[in-house]
Design a protein around this ligand. Structure first.
Ligand code: SF4
Length: 428
């Protein structure tokens, strides 16, 4: 039985209890959110037996904003141990979820290694593996049979993947206007399916055979993350016809998923200017009946390569404040190359800052309390507590150690002229 089916029957699962404890809310409240489909609890039925100390978390309405870190090999850079180091870095930085987007090497083996070392929810994009296998066999994307694709999806279910990105909304109808775009299609999964449809002169099998996908997802309780294969890849293409056409298809698929007892969330853009971010969240919530919204960024400008962790944190904070539930990190390497370990750290911290800023604005009590504790430690010159409370726990001592201090209680910014001391009559 899936978490959604249990919730609909009024049953509380151990995972619901654990996830509710993390949110500091009664488990019954979380059950009601899952029952309505406005929250998901991605835990493959196989996961508890594959990972020690798995930490189930829920994503959705009124819950803490969650953050995902993408890792995985590429054809230019394939080092499995390095990807495992990225996994440890992302976990240490506090990610709530990891996606393995490997496209090179023994993808199944990499995934199994990541799964065994990943105590948070794990997501994948199965079509990446399908296309990589074809390439190894010297076959074209158009040669892929739907049966091969579904067999790979089933394999991901068998190996404890908690959620999968499936670009079911990339259809012959929704791609009609992509020729009008400045940057065409920027989603790998979306591009693969468009090529498959072109070669076969048929519609997307993930759409036409959605019931098969539902059967697999239900069997393993793999949450479907309905991918945004037509997400805008530039500010010029934001909120355009293909993006909204795809979203409208996803709205119908959300209903079908819920009816089948399958948990579902919806992925979103991409590149969106600040003034369109809130509208994008409203549209998703309206069209997809409140399904949890998982956004990549959004990046609010195209002109800051090397700093896209910042452009996306600005967009992510605004999106989460408006109701987006799950932020996919963007690293400083975005648009430039595969992230290194240090990029992974910066990416997770940046997305967590965005999510937390939104949680404060949304009035989530735990978020406010965290800030109050930090401010109190700051006012009391308790540097140890500040380091423990900081989103990036290492940075406080690193910066303080850069310069000898005249007064150990203060910092080198104002030193003995520390305003917080002087104003309390403690300065000299
Ligand atoms: S020295 Fe200045 S910056 Fe440092 S803690 Fe005191 S008031 Fe803050």
């Amino acid at each position: 039985m899936t978490q959604l089916e249990m919730a609909c029957k009024g049953k509380l699962s151990p995972q619901m209890e654990q996830a509710a404890e993390h949110e500091n809310i009664p488990a019954e409240n979380l059950r009601l959110l899952i029952e309505r489909g406005v929250a998901v609890l991605p835990v493959n039925v196989k996961t508890p037996s594959l990972v020690r100390d798995f930490r189930p978390l829920a994503i959705g309405e009124g819950l803490l904003t969650k953050v995902n870190a993408n890792i995985g090999t590429s054809r230019d850079f394939c080092d499995v141990d390095y990807e495992l180091e990225k996994l440890s870095t992302a976990l240490a930085a506090g990610t709530d979820s990891v996606m393995d987007l490997s496209t090179s090497g023994d993808i199944g083996e990499i995934r199994r290694k990541i799964r065994g070392n990943c105590p948070v929810m794990l997501g994948t994009v199965p079509i990446y593996e399908a296309v990589c296998r074809l390439m190894e066999e010297g076959r074209e994307i158009g040669d892929m049979t739907p049966e091969e694709l579904f067999a790979i999806i089933e394999g991901h279910g068998e190996e404890g993947v908690d959620f999968i990105t499936v670009h079911c909304g990339v259809t012959q109808k929704s791609i009609e206007n992509i020729g009008d775009r400045l940057t065409g299609v920027v989603s790998r999964g979306g591009a693969f399916l468009i090529e498959w449809m072109r070669a076969n002169k048929k519609d997307n099998p993930l759409f036409t055979r959605f019931d098969i996908l539902l059967d697999i997802a239900r069997k393993y309780d793999m949450t479907l993350s309905l991918g945004d294969g037509l997400r805008p890849g530039s500010i010029a293409d934001a909120t355009d016809i293909p993006q909204i056409a795809e979203l409208s298809v996803l709205g119908d698929l959300v209903k079908r998923s819920r009816s089948a007892g399958v948990q579902v969330m919806v992925e979103g853009p991409g590149h969106i200017p600040l003034h369109q971010v809130e509208a994008n969240v409203v549209l998703e919530k309206r069209i997809c009946d409140g399904a949890p919204f998982y956004v990549l960024g959004p990046l609010v400008t195209d002109v800051a390569p090397g700093y896209d962790h910042i452009t996306s944190a600005i967009g992510g904070a605004l999106a989460a404040w408006a109701g987006a539930d799950f932020l996919c990190y963007v690293t400083p390497a975005e648009h430039l190359g595969l992230p290194l370990v240090e990029d992974v750290h910066i990416g997770v911290v940046s997305a967590r800052i965005a999510g937390h800023a939104a949680d404060i604005a949304r009035g989530i009590p735990a978020a406010d309390q965290w800030d109050a504790k930090m401010s109190s430690a700051r006012y009391n010159f308790d540097w140890k507590a500040q380091a423990e409370l900081a989103i990036d726990m290492d940075i406080i001592h690193k910066v303080r150690e850069r310069c000898p201090l005249e007064d150990e209680q203060t910092c080198s910014m104002c030193s003995r002229l520390c305003a917080m001391k002087v104003a309390r009559g403690k300065g000299k």
